[in-house]
Write a protein that binds this ligand. Structure first.
Ligand code: SF4
Length: 78
């Protein structure tokens, strides 16, 4: 699955949302989140993000590993 990390915070461009074929982005108060069970790993959103906030979970920089859990929890709330 793909994960939205910290650079998205306060950004909320929705270029990624528009290209997602399964509509698995959810908009929170501060940033966007990807629902882990809905993402099909198509990669379409990655080049669209202007702040490079979207990563495959395996490529997430170490300091943002906690965003795997944050995306899972927050995408359920939205
Ligand atoms: Fe949507 Fe594809 Fe991005 Fe997953 S990788 S969030 S399915 S655009």
């Amino acid at each position: 699955m793909h994960v939205v990390a910290e650079p998205c915070s306060g950004c909320k461009y929705t270029d990624c949302v528009v290209v997602c074929p399964v509509e698995c982005f959810y908009e929170g108060e501060k940033m966007l989140y990807i629902h882990p069970e809905e993402c099909i790993d198509c990669e379409a959103c990655v080049p669209e993000c202007p702040v490079e906030a979207i990563f495959h979970e395996d490529n997430l920089p170490e300091e943002w590993k906690n965003y795997i859990e944050i995306n899972a929890i927050e995408s359920e709330k939205c």
